[in-house]
Write a protein that binds this ligand. Structure first.
Ligand code: FDA
Length: 378
């Protein structure tokens, strides 16, 4: 073995694929029973509907080298992501756009009229002097829209009143003064035609790549553990950086999600793939309905059944799956200390979402792995 990769998410698999193609022998370990990290999907046992096990994954990118690279392993459907939100039992389009504004104020404002209204309502606070997230939100879009679409949803995401959250959590709240409700603005967007797992498996399908699942890097009963391998072989580590150093500089904080999956005896539950729930009286943040990600599979998917998944958000404890970095000032200081420790770690490179404590979309994880390969490993 020339290279050991800890973690089989998009970051680890991209490094593995590049290294194998250049003739190196690679072993990828993952503590989960499947490859692919959080992008993994599986077919629901009763309906055959592809379910994104760790929450909705939409591929989008404007990076030509990433787009060229991913197309070596999969084609993409022409799916375009759109999100709606339920507020007080009425459904509005997101991100906030002229359609949302006119429906909310029961008006027919032109773009200039809507802009002037939001500007006037936002005058209540100065964004630069906002003392907390609530004041910042009002300073960006005005109190009525903030209270309807941002306040309670944010409180549910953070389990914290936005008055007690730092203003820096949001830098901007996009408002579109037209009726465009495409969720992403990227050049390319779509879902892998044969599903995420087929794509991920094709990346790992090379005689120079060996994958070992159910293998935790910190479990000393396994041969490929940290103690046995560091200094012996080159390593790319994509697990949590604080865990690698045994939390020597403190634990970095994360938010996690809980998912509740259900098969329903209806053909179509909500008419769209993702419905947010903006209000405090509904405990979940959103509901995914997976069949809507693949309208082109209508003839394969059952007409009388559907799979939905409710998503709940909360702070992660050490045993939970870490999903989104919280990024408090203490976390940022801790991360700098871990980066210093990482520099001293011989022949170990830290990458990916967990290894760098950054939220990365899939195209960013793949792009950053291609850079690490080209600049540090090739
Ligand atoms: P990832 O977390 O996927 O992989 C890390 C792997 O390391 C895991 O498989 C883990 O089991 C393994 N590991 C950790 N510790 C280990 C240990 N000690 N030993 C062995 N293995 C270990 N992106 C996007 O572009 N569009 C989207 O819509 C979404 N949606 C989305 C929803 C949610 C809820 C999340 C959390 C994330 C997204 N993403 C996304 C982001 C996407 O999931 C992300 O970009 C990729 O998973 C990044 O891949 P990584 O390889 O960095 O991490």
């Amino acid at each position: 073995m020339d290279l050991l990769i800890v973690g089989s998410g998009f970051f680890g698999l991209t490094i593995a694929e590049r290294a194998a193609a250049s003739g190196r022998k690679v072993t990828v370990i993952d503590r989960r029973p499947h490859i692919g990290g959080n992008a993994y999907s599986e077919d629901d046992a009763t309906t055959g509907i592809e379910v994104h096990k760790y929450g909705a994954h939409l591929f989008h990118t404007s990076n030509p080298s990433v787009w060229e690279y991913v197309n070596r392993f999969t084609t993409f459907t022409n799916y375009v992501h759109r999100v709606y939100t339920n507020h007080k039992g009425v459904v509005f389009p997101l991100p906030i756009n002229l359609g949302t504004i006119n429906q909310f104020f029961r008006a027919a404002y032109t773009p200039d009229e809507a802009r002037a209204l939001v500007h006037e309502q936002a005058g209540e606070f100065d964004a630069k002097e906002a003392a907390n997230l609530e004041e910042k939100g009002i300073a960006l879009i005005g109190r009525p829209l903030y209270e309807a679409f941002i306040r309670d949803y944010t409180a549910k995401q953070w389990q914290t009143d936005p008055k007690d959250l730092p203003a820096e959590v949001i830098s901007r709240l996009p408002v579109r003064y037209n009726y465009d409700n495409r969720y992403f603005n990227d050049t390319w967007e779509g879902l892998p035609t044969d599903g995420y797992t087929a794509w991920l498996e094709r990346m790992a399908d090379h005689p120079n790549i060996e994958v070992q699942l159910d293998t935790d890097f910190f479990d000393e009963s396994q041969p490929l553990n940290k103690k046995a391998t560091v200094g012996q072989v080159q390593i790319v580590y994509t697990g949590p950086v604080d865990r690698y150093f045994d939390y020597a500089e403190g634990a970095l904080s994360w938010r996690t999600l809980d998912f509740e999956r259900e098969v329903l005896d209806v053909g179509d539950f909500q008419g769209t793939s993702v419905m947010n729930y903006a209000d405090a009286d509904v405990p979940y943040t959103r509901i995914h309905e997976f069949k809507h990600f693949h309208p082109e599979r209508a003839d394969r998917y059952p007409g009388d059944k559907t799979v939905i998944m409710r998503e709940f958000s909360r702070f992660a404890s050490r045993d939970d799956e870490p999903y989104y970095p919280v990024n408090t000032p203490e976390d940022r200081a801790g991360l700098l200390a871990y980066r210093e420790l990482a520099k001293g770690e011989k022949d170990v490179l830290f990458g990916g979402r967990l290894g760098t404590y950054q939220y990365l979309d899939m195209h960013m994880a793949i792009g950053s792995a291609l850079s690490m390969w080209n600049n540090q490993l090739a």
